[in-house]
Design a binder for this molecule. Sequence first.
Ligand SMILES: Cc1cc2nc3c(=O)[nH]c(=O)nc-3n(C[C@H](O)[C@H](O)[C@H](O)COP(=O)(O)OP(=O)(O)OC[C@H]3O[C@@H](n4cnc5c(N)ncnc54)[C@H](O)[C@@H]3O)c2cc1C
Length: 365
Amino acid sequence: MRKFDFLVVGSGLFGATFSYIMNQRGYSTLIVEKRDHIGGNIYTEKRDGINIHRYGAHIFHTSSDKAWDFIREFAVFSPFINSPIANYKGEIYNLPFNMNTFSKMWGILRPEEAKRIIEEQRKEVTPPIDNLEKQAISLVGRDIYEKLIKGYTEKQWGRDLKSLPPEIIKRLPVRFTYDNNYFNDTYQGIPLGGYTKIIEKMIEKSSLELSTDYIENKSELDKMADRVLYTGELDRLFGYSLGRLEFRSVRFEDEKYETDNYQGVAVMNYTDRETPYTRSIEHRHFEKTDSKVTWVSREYSVDYSFTGEPYYPINDEKNNSLQERYVELAKNDKRLILGGRLATYKYYDMDKTILESIKTADSLS
Ligand SMILES: Cc1cc2nc3c(=O)[nH]c(=O)nc-3n(C[C@H](O)[C@H](O)[C@H](O)COP(=O)(O)OP(=O)(O)OC[C@H]3O[C@@H](n4cnc5c(N)ncnc54)[C@H](O)[C@@H]3O)c2cc1C
């Protein structure tokens, strides 16, 4: 039986970056992936000539030269500025909250007027700020809260905002310029040809077993490498022995339309409570295509138990301390290395995932 230097559990961006670096440095890696495809949640697949972001819209954005230089070793990026649109019962607003949004909402023109209205509306909140509704109104005022935050955030969490803690939203970026660029980062783009190709190139020199669950084959797989990088959920690794970590999940409904432009924008957020989904993504707007049709994915925010797919960690005190206890357990296994959004129970954008993975590889070689 061949023995590898590293067994990498998970072929997402963290595992793939780690494998690439280790292969470059002369170490061998075996990647096992429980899904039938590589790439984790950044996986893209081609349908009718369009790259579909199967696990949600992914826009690469970063202010780190290191992450930007690294990812461009594997793809050419086309410039893309994320400028999502909010749809509140058919009323259209620009995001993030900026002068275009305020002008549409209040019929005003100048930043000073917008500041005055927001300042005035914030005053309705009296201390203590003990729930998410109060927190949001104290940051941006009643009108923006009612039309652009309330319904969307309630759908995301599946709960009334009065019953959620204020800490969930610490800041709400408000811009007093006519600037619809969602991200403030220096670099932003979409890889031509999709993200899956990036992962393919990263893991070229690695061995790969798809549709192979590490947990189900642990004893045989452990024998195949000196060390194990695990990028799955920690509670599952330890048989949920200390309890279950909670996640929020999403599910997608995809629809094909016989048109070359269905909604006029890549990402539309539905901010009213009545529309059951949170966002609709029209994939063809991410990357130029000659396709005569279009694919739209509607994103529903759902309970973890509904899909069994962990998406967003619920980083409250209870879950964070449970995660810490699992991390303590993991320390008993000296061969085990943890990394990625699932094993660390943290939301990471792609650039952060890359930087963390490089850091992990550097600490071991
Ligand atoms: C809806 C959504 C939208 C996002 N949009 C953006 C964006 O626009 N820009 C941005 O920068 N970031 C975005 N992100 C974040 C991005 O998805 C993550 O940074 C990235 O996917 C993290 O990679 P990872 O390798 O840590 O995790 P994952 O991609 O989840 O990879 C982990 C892999 O491990 C596998 N695995 C788990 N357990 C086992 C096991 N027991 N055996 C075998 N395999 C296993 C899984 O199947 C998975 O393939 C978004 C995230 C979500 C949820």
